[in-house]
Design a protein around this ligand. Structure first.
Ligand SMILES: [Zn+2]
Length: 658
């Protein structure tokens, strides 16, 4: 294990990351020990099962908190194992040992999840008065004070002492807990105010689903029937679409390609190749259109029957909104404002046509590359520049990001077998997050580095919370990352004199906003219409026409859309697997744009509220967190602020002379 003694290094070099904090080494002995610890933690929670039968006397609030704590202990152990598995695999995807380890962990985690399900099911199904009475007796603690992003250590008042028998450490005394877990094991039974507040929020979160939870028997029947019913139907969708083969002629050679390989030609510099790739994609989807359409009809009917019919959700999309904890009205407003601003992107597409020397952009050309700058930024310079930018915004932002580097938790080098792209993994409040990027030295890579380190900073600002509440909920999950990326883009633009690099940077930012805000919101608009149409008995061909009409509205006359795009919706897995999910992307991105706009207007006055927002993590409801900053999600003008920023970026782009 690497021991860090010096403060942060002043020169940074590209390398892999150090995972030894999670597992000193993936030896058989160590793995066996960790699985045994997990087993012991599960058994510990299972012991409470008898006290939860309806016939038994009521449990006390102390017992309830103790159970949450055991549940948390299991989650911590599974998180360490699962993350080690995926981080190891992602850094070396061809490694058989890594693959085997990941599979073993998956099995163990699934088994543990199934065995602990009884606890959350019991809590959700508890009669409202009983649950309320229990929660009332759990003392309500005010959430973290502004900027109080310090770990709730021994100094925090122990507001409640749980009975010793129930608050026993998760690992039996005979086992040596690994280093990061000692804090848990060493705590004899007192809960801090912060822990109680976090557990309370976790319990309240589960209860939000109670009105839509059926009796145990019905839930079991649905689970069993889903496995061979709608679950099987969506599996068929995945099987059908992932075995598709595509042929494309590239430079005189006929190639047989997977979908990923085919769609990479959407980024080709050759216009005809871009067009041919899209035509082939939808030719193949079109061949199976009848089956794929029928699968979707079943998905929609099943969704409606179960969610609206049996569970009593007010609408099909309300299921997703409840999941995201976002009011229905806020989503309506978001989709409306996005639609009203389609012309902002239409202007961008007209500009892009000009840069590419085209009369009018075809849908095939949407992701066509612009001439790119040759300039390369050395890694060390990029890191310093990101840290400087963070430091200019807030000293804490920079020092937290620096911790990721000092702990050697950043894998930035390009290696054979390493996963592409970029991500940040938060394992839990006891660990500094791990970040993966593939740094090639392009200006764009610097913005990506800032984005992923922004995720890490977000998690670290919330590391005084429980594992159960540290993660920001989906709509708020990009609040630091996209913001950090925008700070970085602005700085790079200030320093960049090369017009090609400036255009590349700005255009990449606008491309991202288009793909996450407008495109995704139009997917959801289509889904809303499609669900209605299917319930009204309309045909799949009607759905295709509806989709084309939505595209026509989205692009106006700025982009020419060929008729084969009628099948595009069938190629979007989210539309099948997680209906209405896509608006979460629009929501998250637009929220940050709107926040950034506020930062431009308010300057330093903006910072304390923003840092407080981040330090909540997922420990309060999105509405409450945003409300603290005076943000009303149902207010059109707030969302409009986000689009004003996009407009500004496009103005800057229009002004660049090459
Ligand atoms: Zn992100």
């Amino acid at each position: 294990m690497t021991t860090i003694t010096a403060p942060s290094p002043t020169t940074y070099e590209l390398r892999g990351w150090d995972l030894s904090e999670l597992l000193p080494a993936p030896s058989e002995e160590e793995i066996t020990r960790r699985f045994a610890e997990l087993e012991a933690a599960v058994v510990e929670l299972e012991r409470s099962r008898e006290s939860l039968t309806p016939a038994s006397p009521r449990i006390s609030p102390q017992q309830l908190l103790a159970m949450v704590r055991r549940y948390e202990a299991i989650s911590e152990r599974t998180s360490v194992l699962a993350n080690y598995g995926s981080l190891w695999f992602n850094s070396d995807t061809g490694n058989q040992e890594a693959i085997t380890f990941r599979n073993r962990v998956r099995q163990a985690v699934t088994a543990a999840t199934n065995r602990t399900l009884f606890f959350t099911l019991w809590w959700k199904a508890l009669p409202e008065e009983e649950a309320q009475a229990l929660l009332r007796s759990v003392p309500a603690i005010p959430p973290a004070a502004p900027g109080a992003a310090t770990p709730a250590g021994p100094a925090a008042p122990a507001a409640m002492a749980a009975p010793a028998a129930l608050a026993a450490p998760a690992a039996p005394a005979s086992m040596t807990a690994p280093a990061p877990m000692t804090a848990l094991a060493a705590d004899p039974g007192a809960l801090t105010a912060q822990q109680i507040a976090d557990y309370r929020h976790f319990l309240l979160e589960l209860r939000r689903f109670s009105p839509y939870t059926l009796d145990e028997k019905s839930e079991q029947i649905i689970n069993i029937k889903d496995d061979n019913g709608i679950g099987a139907v969506t599996t068929l969708y995945s099987m059908l679409t992932s075995r598709m083969e595509f042929t494309l002629e590239v430079d005189g050679e006929t190639k047989r390609l997977t979908r990923d390989a085919l769609t990479s030609y959407a980024f080709s510099t050759q216009p005809e190749l871009r067009a041919a790739a899209y035509r082939e994609l939808y030719r193949v989807f079109g061949q199976d259109a009848t089956i794929l359409g029928q699968i979707y009809v079943n998905v929609v009917r099943d969704w409606h029957e179960e969610a609206v019919g049996l569970r009593g959700y007010p609408s099909a999309i309300a299921v997703r909104n409840t999941d995201n904890d976002v009011p229905d009205r806020a989503v309506d407003v978001l989709l409306e404002v996005a639609r009203a601003n389609a012309s902002v992107f239409q202007r961008y597409f007209r500009l892009k046509a000009g840069w590419l020397g085209l009369e009018r952009l075809r849908r095939y050309d949407l992701y066509a590359p612009l001439a790119s700058s040759e300039r390369k930024i050395p890694y060390a310079e990029a890191v310093r520049s990101v840290l400087d930018t963070f430091g200019e915004f807030d000293a804490r932002f920079a020092s937290l990001a620096e911790r990721v580097l000092a702990k050697n938790h950043l894998d930035g080098e390009i290696r054979r077998g390493k996963r592409g792209g970029a991500f940040c993994a938060t394992v839990g409040p006891r660990f500094t997050p791990w970040v993966l990027v593939n740094y090639t030295g392009r200006v764009r890579d610097v913005a990506t580095l800032a984005h992923e380190l922004g995720h890490a900073v977000h998690s670290m600002l919330a590391e005084h919370h429980s594992l159960l509440t540290q993660h920001a909920s989906l709509p708020l999950a990009e609040t630091a990352s996209v913001f950090a990326e925008m700070l970085m883009t602005d700085r790079l633009l200030r320093e960049e004199a090369d017009p090609l690099a400036r255009r590349e940077l700005l255009a990449a930012a606008v491309d991202d906003v288009y793909a996450t805000v407008l495109r995704q919101s139009y997917f959801v608009r289509f889904e809303l219409e499609a669900h209605q149409a299917i319930l009204a008995g309309r045909s799949v061909e009607d759905l295709n026409e509806t989709y084309l009409a939505e595209l026509a509205e989205q692009f106006g006359d700025s982009v020419q859309v060929a008729p084969e795009f009628r099948y595009e919706w069938m190629s979007i897995p989210h539309i099948y697997n997680t209906p209405f999910y896509c608006y979460a992307y629009s929501f998250g991105q637009l929220l940050v744009l709107a926040l950034y706009r506020r930062y431009q207007e308010q300057g330093a006055a903006f910072k304390p509220g923003y840092l407080e927002l981040l330090s909540y993590g997922g420990s309060a409801r999105p509405e409450a967190i945003l409300g603290k900053m005076g943000i009303d999600m149902t207010d059109r003008s707030f969302w409009q602020g986000g689009f004003e920023l996009v407009r500004q970026r496009i103005d800057e782009l229009a002004a660049i002379r090459i």
